[in-house]
Design a protein around this ligand. Structure first.
Ligand SMILES: Cc1ncc(COP(=O)(O)O)c(C=O)c1O
Length: 414
């Protein structure tokens, strides 16, 4: 067959789902830079700069702040498979899909997994988590910060100190919150965390920024087993159980990202360029300014949706500013509305899964896409799409209400 297919030419879209979101053109430009050898001093200097940028983003002094090559769950797996030894007890508070994911990955790592559950749309109190820790005495608590499946953010500031007090290691998944709202790893006493580029960091999926402290580094180092072909005369293995994954073995990954530059994997060069630029952009804007931009978009969007007669999903006190859950009005075909948004307006909004399937749309206002014009386009398109599906919102009310928030003429609903 001689067919070569057409040159790639993706349709223009405004990505306003739960991620991925539109990539900042500066990140795309960085990705087109020439590939360097992974031990070229110019490249290792970029690695060191990326580590420093990640420390500032995560608000941590952690030496081990680096990238795992792969989507957000690559970072999750790297941390969990490197920390959890078979038989360890892991407690996972589940308030959405990604809590289930943490429980599943922990079980694959051989953990004895205990879950506590909250109805989707709510979050846990610190007291509930402390009571579960007292009851189950886990070695590790694995918890999601912002769960895009429900649009809820679990407050973490009290969770780290509770875990410290009970000598429990705590991992938090900050995939959906990093760059969009406060994430303060040292102040919150979180031992390890991971994220992805494709949400508030405005990069493509495929690189996972992680950070972990010396407590976790010690656990990982105790399990160090350097692969046979890389061993040197002075290589010393740890006495702990070998990590079940080579790719995600943080002991070897740590050595690759340190002075010793262990030749573990070939770093995903272009993804490192993307991550470095993505974080540089967020820090140049300023974390507080970036969080305020996400908060304002959420206020404008939610005011617009309310003015259209739509209802929001979940406990609004804990809503993430970068994703908004909207209840599909009774009798309206949610998928038809999404199709009109995509086909006629080029705007992607998200559907839902699990108990929310068919009941909730999820609208993302994240990173590069989190801009006034996109919020207004989205509301105008949604009004038209709803009308075609049989739901009549007061004409123009959504856009007017959002504009009023953006112009400081009306107070946010929260
Ligand atoms: C909170 C959270 N964790 C993990 C993931 C998984 O990310 P990925 O699909 O990049 O592996 C997502 C993706 O939406 C997420 O929102």
């Amino acid at each position: 067959m001689n067919e070569t297919f057409a040159e790639l030419n993706p349709p223009p879209r405004i990505l306003m789902g739960p991620g991925p979101v539109g990539v900042d053109p500066r990140v795309l430009r960085a990705m087109s830079m020439p590939v360097l050898g992974q031990f070229d001093p110019a490249f290792t200097a970029y690695m060191d700069e990326t580590m420093e940028l990640l420390r500032r983003l995560y608000k941590t002094g952690n030496r081990c702040s680096l990238l795992i090559d792969g989507s957000a769950r690559a970072g999750i797996e790297a941390i969990l498979v490197s920390v959890i030894a078979p038989g360890d007890k892991v407690l996972v508070p589940v308030f959405g899909r990604f809590g289930h994911l943490l429980a599943e990955i922990s079980a694959r790592c051989g953990a004895e997994v205990v879950t506590i559950a909250r109805e989707w749309g709510s979050v846990f109190t610190p007291e509930e988590i402390e009571a579960a820790i007292r009851r189950h005495r886990p070695r590790l608590l694995a918890i999601v910060h912002g769960d895009t499946s429900t649009t809820m953010a679990q407050p973490l500031a009290d969770i780290g100190p509770i875990c410290r007090a009970h000598d429990v290691v705590v991992y938090a998944d900050t995939t959906a919150t990093l760059g969009g709202s406060e994430v303060a790893i040292d102040a919150w006493q979180i031992d390890a965390t991971s994220a992805g580029l494709q949400k508030c960091l405005s990069g493509p999926p495929g690189s996972s920024p992680i950070t972990f402290n010396e407590r976790v580094a010690a656990i990982v180092t105790a399990r160090k087993h350097v692969e046979a072909g890389l061993r040197a005369a002075d290589t010393v293995d740890g006495s702990g159980a070998r990590v079940a994954s080579n790719y995600f073995d943080l002991a070897m990954v740590m050595d690759y990202w340190s002075e010793s530059r262990l030749n573990h994997h070939t770093e995903a060069t272009s993804m490192l360029y993307a991550a470095r630029e993505a974080v540089r952009i967020v820090l140049a804007e300023g974390l507080d300014a970036c969080f305020a931009r996400h908060r304002l978009a959420s206020d404008a969007l939610t005011a617009g949706l309310a003015a259209m007669g739509l209802r929001l999903f979940g406990d609004q006190r804990h809503k993430m500013p970068n994703v908004t859950g909207v209840l599909v009005p009774p009798g309206i075909a949610g998928e038809a509305v999404r199709a009109t948004m995509l086909d006629d307006f080029g705007i992607e909004i998200g559907t839902s899964f699990g108990p929310l399937h068919g009941r909730v749309w999820r609208i993302g206002t994240m990173g590069y896409v989190c801009r006034r014009e996109n919020v207004l386009h989205c509301l105008a398109a949604l009004e038209a799409a709803l009308r075609r599906a049989g739901f009549r919102a007061p004409a123009g009310a959504g856009v007017d209400a959002a504009l009023a928030v953006y112009h400081g003429e009306s107070a946010p609903l929260r």
